[in-house]
Design a protein around this ligand. Structure first.
Ligand code: ATP
Length: 255
C-alpha cells in the first residue's frame, strides 16, 4: 500500500510541555483517515505537524520524502489545509478568500488565470457558497464562513487535504454535503485526513486514528470492532457505538 504521509518517532513540545510522544504513523494514499480523541489529546497538534506548521523532532514524510526537503511552493501545491477556528480577515470578499486556495498555483506576481477562476467557481458552488461571492466573510454566519474556508481548501485541488474540525458550525444537511464532497475527493484519488468530534461521521472514513494524551492508542478500519472498543475507551465509556441501517451511530451512556 502506498503511504501519503508517514511519521517516524514524531514528538512535539508546546510551551515547553511534551504534547506528542514519538508517533509512528502510516497514512494510506487515496483514502480518508479520521483522527479522533478527547479534548487535548493532541489531534490538532498532529495535523499541524503533518502540515509542516510546527517544529518537531523525528520525521514527517510526504510520499516518502522528508518534509524539510520539499520546497515551500511544492508543499503548497501538494497540500490543501483547513485549520480550526481560522482568523481569516473578515474584510475579505468570499471570492478572494476562495482564490487564496489557488495561490500556490500562481507565480509571485501572477494574476489568477481562467483555470484558477474555474476552480474557485466550482469549489464555491460545491459548498453552496457561490451566492455570497461578493459579500465579505464578516457578513456571514459561522457555518457559512466554514463553507467558504472549505471551498478555499477544495479550490487548491491538492492531492493531500488536511482538515481540522471541518464540520464545526455546519448544520446537518451541510455536514452530509461535506461527507459527499469527501467521498468525491477520495474517488478522484485525493488523500484526506480530518480531525472530527462527530464520531458517527468519522466512522464513514476508511481508517481511524484514536489518540489520547499525545499517543496513538489505535489505528484501524472503521468497521473493526477493536476500533470501536478503542474509541469507547478513550471517551471513558461515556458513549456506545451501535450499528443502524448499515451505518454506525454513537449514543450517550448515561449513568
Ligand atoms: N500553544 C500551546 N502552548 C502550550 N500548550 C499547548 C498549546 N497548544 C496546545 N497546547 C496543549 O497541547 C495539548 C494538545 O492540544 P491539541 O490542540 O493538539 O488537542 P486536541 O486533541 O486537538 O484538542 P481539542 O479536541 O480540544 O481541539 C493540550 O494539552 C493543550 O493544552
Amino acid at each position: 500500500m502506498k503511504h501519503a504521509v508517514q511519521t517516524q518517532h514524531l514528538s512535539v513540545q508546546l510551551g515547553g510541555r511534551p504534547v506528542l510522544h514519538g508517533l509512528n504513523l502510516q497514512i494510506a494514499a487515496g483514502r480518508w483517515t479520521c483522527v479522533l480523541g478527547p479534548n487535548g489529546a493532541g489531534k490538532s497538534t498532529l495535523l499541524k505537524t503533518l502540515a509542516g506548521l510546527l517544529p518537531h523532532t523525528g520525521q514527517v514524510l510526504w510520499q516518502g520524502q522528508p518534509l524539510e526537503s520539499i520546497e515551500r511552493r511544492s508543499r503548497g501545491l501538494q497540500l490543501s489545509w483547513l485549520g480550526q477556528s481560522e482568523s481569516t480577515t473578515l474584510d475579505l470578499r468570499v471570492w478572494d478568500v476562495a482564490m487564496l486556495g489557488r495561490l500556490p498555483h500562481q507565480g509571485w506576481w501572477g494574476t489568477p488565470t481562467l483555470k484558477d477562476a474555474e476552480m474557485v467557481e466550482a469549489a464555491l458552488k460545491a459548498t453552496q457558497a457561490w451566492d455570497w461571492r461578493e459579500r465579505t466573510l464578516g457578513e456571514l454566519s459561522g457555518g457559512e464562513r466554514q463553507r467558504v474556508l472549505l471551498a478555499r481548501a477544495m479550490a487548491g485541488n491538492a492531492p493531500l487535504m488536511l482538515m481540522d474540525e471541518p464540520l464545526a458550525n455546519l448544520d446537518p444537511p451541510h455536514q452530509v454535503d461535506w461527507l459527499e464532497q469527501v467521498h468525491c475527493l477520495i474517488a478522484q484519488g485525493t488523500t484526506v485526513v480530518s480531525v472530527l468530534h462527530e464520531i458517527g461521521m468519522a466512522l464513514h472514513a476508511d481508517e481511524v486514528i484514536v489518540m489520547d494524551q499525545g499517543q496513538v492508542i489505535h489505528h484501524g478500519a472503521c468497521s473493526d470492532p477493536q476500533t470501536h472498543t478503542a474509541i469507547e475507551a478513550v471517551f471513558n465509556h461515556r458513549i456506545r457505538i451501535h450499528a443502524l441501517d448499515g451505518q454506525w451511530v454513537v449514543l450517550p451512556r448515561t449513568t
